[in-house]
Design a protein around this ligand. Sequence first.
Ligand SMILES: [Zn+2]
Length: 361
Amino acid sequence: MNNSMNIFQLFGIKVKIHITFILLPLLVGLGVYLTEGPLNAVRAIIFILFIFTCVTFHEFSHSLVAQHFKIKVKSIILLPIGGVATMEKMPEKPREEFLMAIAGPLFNIALAIILFYPIYVLFGRNLSQMNPANSNFDTWKATILYMYWVNPILAIFNMLPAFPMDGGRALRAFLASRIGISKATRIAVSIGHTFAVIFGLFGLISGHILLILIAFFIYIAASQEEKMLNLKLILGHYSAKDILSKEYVTISPETTITKVLELSLKTSQQDFPVLAINKVVGILTRQNLISAIHQNGKEKAVKEFMSHKYLSVKMNEHLTGLYNKMAANNLKTALVFHRDILKGVISLEDIARVYNLETKA
Ligand SMILES: [Zn+2]
């Protein structure tokens, strides 16, 4: 995601912070400063930073379980509505998804239990004093009480079965092991949508903008999860050999950019495999072509602008895996090989065509 800054790296995972999340402590600090004075503002900012820390640990708990199941975690991004861990893929097995989902809230519960005793002692072993209603930024003690309640609230909120939040993911995984992933996802998505509508209405009535944002996020994310699953199920029926196109134009490293421009007007092909003595040596993508024109390279040879890295797949590669690889590397074309010989090309449009045909059939 753009508009985010790296803050540190741990266990090979980059922790990034979204620009809007930097505004949050500043805005809250300013608001408290204007109404309650400077010392309260300092306490409010410390409180927000503590929430950051707990959310980061929460995301690390998910990520470490993911790494345990050999799933690569690229980064954790902190947004004003919570953290998001970006992973290369989601776990396939329901048991793995379940464990990964509950790891985050479990961390918050563990921290709440560990911190309970010292706080209990601090408040004179008086449970009624630990009521969250007694928390404010007027004293350090009242601020600590605010901080104490962060973890139980994070745990409860995330465990609501509002798919794709953690509780919803755990529920989906639990159902999937019994009724299959399709039905389980459909049920989890409708529960997610219901929660989103309830959150949204509640946010509108109470005037909580953050809650409205969360409702919006849950609604969209739940729908997206359903779409992604459909895509996966449909593409799972096909492999590269079923859809590869055998009619494609290849060029040589010595071909001029002008010649490729002519070719690209005649065909709908976006990317051109570059062959030297029948061996693939690279690919000239639409992006390469555009940058060649920008650099006044029309008369120059393809070899000066082509990409040496290209996505090569085997004939029996499943389209689900192929699509994931293309999406993860932001590539529009894959080259299909059989025993080192180029057999055809597959573009993102080819995959989209299969999906559209199947969903409309
Ligand atoms: Zn979580």
